[in-house]
Design a protein around this ligand. Structure first.
Ligand code: FAD
Length: 284
């Protein structure tokens, strides 16, 4: 089933994210995490591609497992390190497994990269997915602007090109202040982008995640969040509890303000996904 149809048919949606293993010997432990998260019956589950500690090799296999468990998978696919033949093969593999949903990404430009690229921006991959098959296509967006963009305004101009190339929905980078998201959403709508925007929420469950999170999210951490990390960062149990509650409160506020779809960067942590789901048990 297409994610856009799920979003359109429901009052509120909740999805979780997993990442594939780096090596085949880790597949079983990832599979166990995937099974436990799928048992929570999210509206869909996304599988990253060469990000979050996994590689690109097992994205399709993990997506296939999610489908077997009766949950709709969203397979991430990035293009910057691939050529057109590679991408065609990967799209074919997704099609042959009956995977309907692709998050079409550019990926980060490798630091030491030189030479010719087949792809420069995600919009080229979006177009290719559209031309190749009957995929429902998502794109990434950045409430604080993508780090390479000079301004949020120019980033949204580029986002419009990507949506016009064929995105059915967008998913945001993580953010920790919902006002940042609301402000972004109004700018996106003003720019003439009308596809659903899924709000990406990251439960921060240990202080070690913070450095990477700052580089991903654009750097803005609200004082309330910083105080939690300062106070509980060196106490893993307390940080985990506080991080789950902080994320749950963000999600409740999003739904209360009419946001239809929330995606949780649950990584491969079923206990975190379960705790968030439990906090929303009468809400979703
Ligand atoms: P693009 O949409 O191509 O944008 C990249 C930059 O180029 C932006 O600054 C944009 O403004 C600019 N740009 C776009 N089009 C044009 C144009 N026509 N002219 C000039 N400038 C332009 N990475 C992974 O490797 N694997 C994953 O699984 C993964 N999952 C992600 C999921 C989400 C929800 C998000 C938000 C990010 C994810 N990423 C993942 C990270 C992502 O690959 C990086 O942030 C990457 O740097 C940008 O990818 P993009 O698809 O947003 O690129």
């Amino acid at each position: 089933m297409k994610i856009i149809d799920i979003i359109n048919s429901k009052k509120a949606c909740l999805s979780f994210e997993v990442f594939p293993p780096k090596t085949s010997d880790k597949f079983e432990s990832v599979k166990q995490a995937v099974d436990k998260i799928a048992a929570l019956s999210p509206d869909f589950m996304s599988v990253t591609y060469g990000a979050g500690g996994g590689t690109s090799d097992y994205t399709v296999a993990v997506a296939k497992r999610i489908k077997e468990l009766g949950v709709e998978p969203l397979a991430h696919l990035s293009c910057i390190s691939s050529d057109r033949k590679d991408v065609a093969k990967k799209l074919e593999a997704l099609k042959s497994e009956g995977i309907d949903n692709v998050l079409a990404l550019r990926g980060d430009i490798p630091k030491d990269f030189s030479g010719n690229l087949d792809y420069h921006y995600a919009s080229e991959l979006v177009k290719e997915c559209k031309d190749t098959g009957n995929f429902c296509i998502g794109g990434a967006c950045y409430p604080e602007g993508h780090p390479e963009s000079a301004t949020l305004f120019s980033d949204i101009e580029n986002l419009k090109k990507k949506v016009d190339a064929g995105c059915d929905f967008l998913t945001t980078q993580m953010f920790f202040d919902n006002d940042v998201f609301y402000s972004f959403l109004s700018k996106v709508r003003e720019a003439g982008i009308y596809v659903p925007v899924i709000a990406g929420i990251m439960p921060v469950t240990n202080a070690a995640q913070i450095k990477r999170i700052i580089s991903l999210s654009g750097g803005y951490l609200p004082t309330r969040f910083k105080r939690i990390v300062d106070r509980f960062g060196d106490n893993p149990k307390a940080m985990c509890e506080a991080g789950i509650i902080y994320a749950s409160e963000q999600i409740i506020d999003l739904y209360a303000n009419g946001v239809k779809a929330v995606h949780v960067y649950s990584m491969n942590k079923p206990e975190v996904a379960a705790a968030i789901k439990a906090n929303l048990s009468s809400i979703i």
